[in-house]
Design a protein around this ligand. Structure first.
Ligand SMILES: *Cc1c(COP(=O)(O)O)cnc(C)c1O
Length: 390
């Protein structure tokens, strides 16, 4: 066998010797803002025009009255719960496959997380499972759009209205994307964004809570204003985010087109089934990660972790996704409604491809399939080398 066909993990040349593209990207507009903030002194101020302008821009995009900029997406979820006065004795429904911090936030305000299963085609919340999870104690549905998938928000909104419960829509992975004709986040009483260092809008850290409910906004302000802002987003962070918000629609469009191409390139490859992306008009996937369902039986028995390690060695950024919440928390900390068969599968089989590759040119996207084919062709040898097969 020619050495150049060997996977990198077995000593061959990586498919992408330069490795995965970094994040954040070189962005002249961001550098200009930094320079300006250094020159005018706003980098060191408590308040300034950037925070105000960012809040106004986010309010306009999402159609909310109030935008509370804060320290992280995780804190924003907590503030949303506090703004809704959710606490001891209350229940919050969320998907059993979700960002860990969301469950921790529910626990942190003293409420009980009620976990429901996810859909087989995209491992996002299965709205059909929410009805049986509702009780007299349910106060909110905390819902995330994850890994390119989307939750059926029109159906969830209807359920929430019929039962008098609030929706907190976590748009941390999908800023600016479209869910059934509305901007992601626009379906809830409150929306949450993250500006963490790996996110599509990035200031290293940061987040935002959006709402049009005066009482939520007022309660959150009272909680966070302690003579000073207790969970602040700095003026400098706000400055960095403004140009990124301007380029977001174009980048989202490119990522959606690139994801479609990657999905098509995997159509005849049964070991990796991409999360179902929304395709109908009025929808555009948000692509912080592209989710993939791994089927080890179609990949020479290679485990998910071994497969991911071999693909990473090829210079492609792919990793196991979240742990499912019921698998990573004590059974005493939550309740469930119905079985969690799909969330069990997600826990062991989800892989996520990190978004920066989706801004690369079409030719580069083809390297993903090349890397996968190489690894697959040598699955057995890789399993032996890494010492684990299923
Ligand atoms: C990143 C993320 C968060 C939290 O954001 P941080 O700013 O990192 O605290 C919340 N929910 C989802 C779905 C996320 O991906």
């Amino acid at each position: 066998m020619p050495a150049e066909d060997l996977p990198a993990i077995l000593g061959g040349q990586p498919t992408r010797p330069e490795g995965p593209p970094g994040w954040p990207p070189d962005d002249r507009a961001v550098v200009e803002v930094l320079h300006q903030a250094a020159t005018d002194g706003s980098w060191g101020h408590y308040h300034g025009p950037h925070s105000t302008a960012l809040a106004e821009q986010l309010a306009a995009i999402h159609g909310f009255e109030h935008v509370l900029l804060c320290a992280s997406g995780t804190v924003a979820v907590e503030l949303a719960l506090r703004g809704l006065k959710i606490g001891t004795g209350d229940e919050v429904i969320l998907a059993a496959y979700d960002f860990r911090g969301n469950m921790q936030d529910v626990l942190c305000v003293g409420a009980t997380p009620v976990l429901v299963d996810v859909r087989p085609d995209n491992w996002n919340m299965d709205v059909d499972r929410v009805q049986e999870a509702l009780t007299d104690s349910t106060r909110a549905l905390l819902v995330s759009h994850l890994h390119g998938g989307q939750v059926d928000m029109p159906a969830l909104r209807k359920l929430a209205d019929q039962n008098g419960v609030a929706i907190i829509e976590d748009a941390c992975q999908v800023p600016g994307s479209l869910v059934a004709g509305r901007v992601a986040g626009g379906w809830g009483e409150a929306a949450v964004l993250s500006f963490g260092g790996s996110k599509l809008l990035s200031a290293g850290r940061g987040g935002a809570l959006l709402t049009s409910d005066e009482s939520i906004a007022q309660r959150v302000r009272t909680y966070t204003q302690r003579g000073n802002e207790a969970y602040p987003l700095s003026e400098l962070q706000a400055a960095l985010l403004r140009p990124q918000l301007d380029s977001l629609p174009k980048r989202n469009q490119r990522r959606a087109a690139a994801a479609k191409q990657v999905v098509e390139s995997l159509a005849d490859y049964p070991a990796l089934v991409p999360f179902a992306l929304p395709g109908e008009p009025g929808s555009q996937p948000g692509l912080y990660k592209l989710g993939l369902q791994f089927h080890p039986d179609h990949c020479g028995g290679l485990t998910r972790n071994a497969f991911a390690q071999a693909i990473r060695a090829e210079g492609i950024a792919i990793d196991p996704g979240f742990r499912s919440l019921h698998k990573s928390h004590s059974r005493r900390r939550f309740t469930t409604a119905g079985d969690l068969v799909e969330a069990d599968r997600a826990d062991s089989n989800v892989l996520v491809m990190h978004h920066p590759v989706l801004l690369e040119p079409d030719e580069t996207l083809g390297q993903i399939r090349t890397a996968i084919d190489r690894v697959t062709a040598h699955a057995e040898a890789i399993g032996r080398e890494l010492g684990f097969v299923c």
